[in-house]
Design a protein around this ligand. Structure first.
Ligand SMILES: *Cc1c(COP(=O)(O)O)cnc(C)c1O
Length: 482
């Protein structure tokens, strides 16, 4: 292997040596772990500081070429330039300047910055990584002369971000299961109104968990998976994480006053992907101070960061809340952070996750708890009432409307803010997606971006199926043969 090439290892230690382009098209590592870089690329403060004037795509290239060393740099640069265009990330508030892609706006007299990440095609931060992933998939599949059929289940944001990133792309089809009648009218319309021939929406007569179980059943059927080239785009995909690292740099460069200025970040968290990207930016040398993990009533991570005890909840104890994209009790990317905390020792990771399987959780030892404290992670929890209060107050005082997830982040930011240190909250969606909660909080409906003005009246394309893996498999095989 030539020096200077980045390879990836599994957190469980039995699968290593893969390149970026190998792991992008795979999900979990062969040993059930998650892929991480063999070591994090390191950047000097003076180097980072010299990037202050770069555009978003130029900055993305500087960072991502260090992870994707096996992709031709010129092709990567062109791909990033085509992805991070202002005309693709301008869905938000009309009449503003979108040249920054992820601008920062300030609230609370400048004490808190809000990093706008939701101006992409589906109005949620997932677009930033997913739009890149879609372009990357197309490039790699074309190179390898392969086809990929993405199978997923969604309760809202992930499915639409994936469909908008992969619509019309060569070599890829998307089969997205959603629970019939359980999403908001806006979310349904957003997905079902796509009429691209490579997008298949399947409304399952059942719950989100039923849809998820069908995906698992199809993915664990090795014969079916191989025959139909089934893949996923879930949040453990390393390409997504690597693309999310970029906006921490962008935000830091926008608000810092000197090359050593610390900036704290508060991040509404579900599967721990978004905040993990901040941890990686910090490992690379970005002066990140605290990383504030914001949870809703599903507070597994808040419990962990306050007690050192990790205790997952079953489906029955995972509550449906008004920040639904954070209703998660087994954060899949958490294992990547723990891998670093235990000194990148895969035997210890295996031991801890065996305890999760057997006892539903684990408790870190004293040395590991100290590492967690030193890592800069803290946490805060919000309830429905907190959410309504934050949304109403910001609307009344500043005429700024935030979505329920971002509201959880703002509450956490206010609680954990340090004097003299700039705090930045990551905005995760626009309020247009969550009209009911916005109305409950403010008495008026959210602003709907012009591109979505008529969304609920457009014709919809969706196939309804029973919550039955065999029926879904039959649908997929017929669609591929057609
Ligand atoms: C996905 C999502 C989250 C959770 O992000 P993770 O990376 O899974 O922690 C929070 N808010 C919104 C609106 C989301 O779509």
């Amino acid at each position: 292997m030539p020096t200077g090439y980045m390879t990836y290892v599994s957190t469980r230690g039995e699968d290593s040596g893969a390149f970026y382009s190998d792991i992008v098209l795979k999900g979990l590592a062969a040993d059930g772990g998650l892929y991480v870089p063999r070591e994090y690329p390191k950047l000097a403060p003076s180097k980072i500081w010299s990037w202050k004037e770069l555009s978003y795509h130029e900055l993305a290239f500087k960072i991502m070429k260090r992870f994707a060393t096996d992709i031709d740099p010129y092709r990567l640069e062109v791909l990033l330039e085509r992805t991070y265009r202002p005309d693709r990330f301008c869905n938000g508030r009309a009449g503003e300047d979108f040249s920054q892609i992820t601008p920062v706006r300030f609230i609370d007299d400048g004490n808190i910055g809000v990093l706008e990440l939701s101006n992409g095609p589906t109005l949620a931060f997932k677009d930033i990584a997913m739009q890149y992933l879609g372009a990357l998939f197309e490039m790699l599949l074309t190179d390898q002369g392969k086809e990929l059929n993405i199978l997923g289940a969604t309760s809202g944001d992930t499915g639409s971000a994936a469909e908008y990133a992969l619509r019309g792309r060569k070599g890829v089809r998307v089969f997205m299961l959603s629970p019939k009648g359980r999403m908001s009218a806006f979310q349904r319309a957003q997905m079902y109104s796509l009429n691209d021939p490579n997008i298949y929406n399947i409304a399952v007569r059942g719950s989100f968990d039923d849809a998820q179980d069908i995906v698992k059943a199809c993915s664990s059927d090795a014969g079916f998976k191989a025959m139909y080239n089934i893949g996923t785009v879930n949040s453990i995909n390393w390409a997504r994480i690597s693309a999310q690292v970029v906006y921490y740099f962008k935000a830091w460069l926008a608000v810092s006053q000197s090359p050593v200025d610390e900036v704290d970040f508060a991040v509404p968290s579900g599967n721990f992907g978004n905040v993990l990207a901040g941890w990686i930016a910090k490992q690379m040398g970005l002066p990140v101070g605290r990383l504030v993990v914001a949870t809703n009533e599903n507070d597994v991570l808040h419990e962990f960061f306050t007690t050192g005890v990790y205790r997952v909840r079953d489906a029955e104890h995972t509550y449906a809340t008004s920040s639904p994209s954070m209703d998660i009790s087994k954060a899949s990317n958490f294992e990547r952070y723990i891998f670093d905390i235990v000194g990148r020792n895969p035997a210890r990771v295996r031991e801890l996750w065996t305890m999760v399987a057997l006892n539903g959780g684990f408790e870190l030892n004293e040395g590991e708890r100290r590492k967690v404290a030193e890592s800069g992670f803290v946490s805060a929890r919000s309830t429905h009432q907190d959410r309504l209060k934050t949304i109403a107050e910001l609307w009344q005082k500043e005429r700024f409307m935030v979505d329920p997830h971002t509201a959880d982040g703002i509450k956490a930011a206010r609680e954990c803010r340090r004097p003299g240190v700039q705090m930045v909250v990551l905005e995760t969606a626009l309020p247009a997606k969550f009209a009911d909660t916005i109305r409950e909080a403010t008495g008026s409906g959210p602003e709907i971006p012009v591109t979505y003005a008529d969304i609920e009246t457009r014709p919809q394309k969706v196939t309804e199926l029973d919550a039955d893996a065999a029926a879904v498999k039959r649908f997929i095989s017929e669609a591929i043969k057609a």
